[in-house]
Ligand binder design. Sequence first.
Ligand code: RTP
Ligand code: MG
Length: 142
Amino acid sequence: MAHQYTLSIIKPNAVAKNVIGAICSRFETAGLEIVAASMLHLSREQACAFYGIHQGKPFFDELVGFMTSGPILAMVLAGDEAIARNRDIMGATNPANAAPGTIRADFADSFTANAVHGSDAPDTAAVEIAFFFPEGVCPRPR
Ligand code: RTP
Ligand code: MG
C-alpha cells in the first residue's frame, strides 16, 4: 500500500454547523493523520483558481459562491492509500447517493454544499496541497 498525502477541505456549510471535530474524528478513526491545517475564508479569485478545472460547467458559479460564503478548513491527510480512503469515507458527491455512515450522508446539505472536498488522484493532490500549503506539511515522526 502506498503512503499518500491528500487535500481535504471542510466546506463552509460544515464549518457553520460546528462539526469540524466530528469530521476530523472520522479521518482519525479511518487511520488518516492530519499533517497540515489552515482555516481561511477564500476570496472569489482563490475559489475560481482552486476549481479552475470546473470553469464553464453549469454548477461553477454556484460552487464558487458557496465556497466563498464562509470559512473553510483546509487540511492535508496522510496515510496508506489516503486519497481513496478519504474519498471512501466522504461518500458520493451527490449526498442523495452517499452511503449511510459517510461524511456526506451525515453532514451534506445539498449537492453543492456537500460538507467536504477530497483530492481525486496523486497528481491533483500534489497541486491542491501546494495551493494551500506552499511551505509544505508537517509529517509525524516514525
Ligand atoms: P470534491 O472535488 O468537492 O471533493 O467533490 P467531487 O470530486 O466528488 O466532485 P467534483 O466533480 O470535483 O465537483 C466539485 C464540487 O462541485 C459541486 N458540484 N455540484 N450540482 C452539481 O451538478 C454539482 N456537481 C458538482 C460539489 O460541491 C462538488 O463537490
Ligand atoms: Mg473533485
